[in-house]
Design a binder for this molecule. Structure first.
Ligand SMILES: *Cc1c(COP(=O)(O)O)cnc(C)c1O
Length: 463
């Protein structure tokens, strides 16, 4: 059922049955917590965060049906009915022949690339998510991003900024030889590119090129339902087609997928691999037993499989998706009204602030994204994440010189079904206060850092 179209307010399509208290902190307390955490928000205790927009991964609220399904969880080591319900639900939504559960998305990636890639291979994607890139590179293969030009310009408004550049795909295959490209991936929606969708037309075009060279197409399907709803809203001919049918059409062009159930699985943990290739499925199951578990649980408890089975159906409900996309749009549009430069248009799961443009007085060597992120916490207890030079800056191991990232962004990710509009209004009020005082925000410097993935543990101080 959809709500009456004559009313403009998009409501949260749920009521609250179980609550978790939020504790307010004072600015003085937050100042102390920041100092103790060396200005690294990953090191702040969750109890000291008021609105946690660090990530939308595994942080959503489960429904009453999911909690009820949890009780039905059967913990048999092999052949559990929970696995059967999980497998039926995944097949019903995705339509692939073989389904292999994993403990989360990156485990699915590791198994997929271990079976399909070898050293020297090339894997194209619109934009590789960081764990996807790491898993491709760990195999000694090369991860190539081929997102369209529109997807690289943060201010540009374009309906499908996640699309792949099909001409570049063809020339890459021609240049390198099809035998060096074991598969092509499309990330739906394109997380690293701002949660931007891929159009059905683009999926079809990519598939057509790949078919000529006999290269399989796999989706990184973490936000498949959000992508399908963007197609319904923005692509001609899909307005009257159900999201479930749009998903089935999207999947019909692919040979399989990897999935993080912590996103559009509406679960707190889990993932899976799908494929239509029986020989590959067998190899994947053999590898799964080595590190994840027996193929009817794949590192998950029976109750987790049940939660995912229900979540995959609920995520297709259009009242839910309308609310989901409206929440990001509401936050994004009001941040623009305040004056914030953001990545346009807002994606499905997050809004990205452009800290470099907002804080021209802070050079990239002083991490404007980190400075803004710290200020949002200090001002109102809001936790966000820097996606800029702290995360992607490259330090030369010899000279210690640093090449900054292309963009200095701060991501406000929205956990699913978790916050109400007044929480978002509070975020906006804090953001406005920070905006009005933006000229006083100071840059940061790194005082200690590890060699890899420094953003998780680096220590900072004010520059
Ligand atoms: C989260 C995510 C992954 C990795 O999944 P995990 O469950 O975190 O291991 C892969 N790809 C995309 C696009 C993601 O958003």
């Amino acid at each position: 059922m959809t709500s009456d179209k004559s009313f403009r307010t998009v409501i949260e399509p749920f009521i609250i049955k179980s609550v978790e208290p939020l504790r307010l902190t004072t600015r003085g307390e937050r100042k102390k917590y920041l100092q103790e955490a060396h200005y690294n928000l990953f090191k702040i205790k969750a109890q000291h965060v008021l609105i946690d927009l660090l990530t939308d991964s595994g942080t959503g609220a489960m429904s009453t049906e999911q909690w009820a399904a949890l009780m039905r969880g059967d913990e048999s080591y092999a052949g559990s009915p929970s696995f059967q319900r999980f497998e039926n639900s995944v097949k019903d939504v995705f339509g692939f022949k073989y389904v292999i559960p994993t403990h989360q998305g990156r485990a699915a990636e590791r198994i997929l690339f271990s079976t399909m890639c070898k050293k020297g291979d090339i894997v194209p994607n619109n934009t590789h998510f960081d764990t996807t890139r790491a898993n491709v590179e760990y195999r000694g293969a090369m991860a190539v991003d081929l997102v369209v030009e529109e997807g690289k310009d943060p201010q540009k408004i374009y309906p499908f900024k996640g699309n792949m550049d099909v001409r570049q795909l063809r020339s890459l295959i021609e240049k390198e030889g099809a035998e060096k490209v074991p598969l092509c991936m499309l990330t739906i929606t394109n997380n690293s590119g701002g949660g931007q969708p891929v159009s059905m037309e683009n999926i079809k075009e990519v598939k057509k090129v790949l078919e000529e060279y006999n290269i399989p197409l796999y989706f990184d399907a973490a936000r498949f339902a959000e992508n399908a709803y963007f197609i319904k809203l923005r692509e001609g001919g899909y307005q009257d087609i159900s999201v479930k049918d749009i998903v089935r059409e999207m999947m019909s062009y692919a040979d399989g997928c990897t999935m993080s159930a912590k996103k559009d699985g509406l679960a707190n943990i889990g993932g899976f691999i799908c494929t239509n290739d029986s020989a590959l499925a067998q190899q994947e199951k053999d590898l799964l037993i080595l590190t994840e578990g027996y193929p009817t649980y794949g590192g998950l408890a029976g109750r987790d499989l049940e939660a995912i089975a229900v979540g995959l159906q609920e995520v297709l409900e259009e009242d839910y998706l309308r609310y989901r996309l409206a929440e990001a749009k509401y936050l994004g549009e009001r941040l623009i009204e305040i004056g914030y430069p953001i990545v346009q248009p807002p994606g499905g799961h997050a809004v990205y602030l452009d800290a470099k443009t907002l804080l021209p007085h802070i050079p990239q060597s002083q991490y404007p994204g980190q400075a803004l992120s710290v200020e949002l916490y200090l001002a109102g207890g809001i936790r966000t994440v820097e996606i800029g030079s702290v995360m992607f800056g490259k330090v030369n191991p010899k000279t210690k010189e640093e090449t900054p990232a292309a963009m200095e962004l701060v991501r406000l990710a929205l956990p699913r079904r978790t916050h109400t509009q007044s929480h978002i209004d509070y975020v906006l009020e804090v953001a406005k206060d920070v905006y009005n005082n933006r000229e006083k925000i100071k840059g940061m410097k790194i005082t200690a850092q590890p060699q890899f993935l420094r953003h998780f543990t680096a220590k900072f101080d004010q520059a």
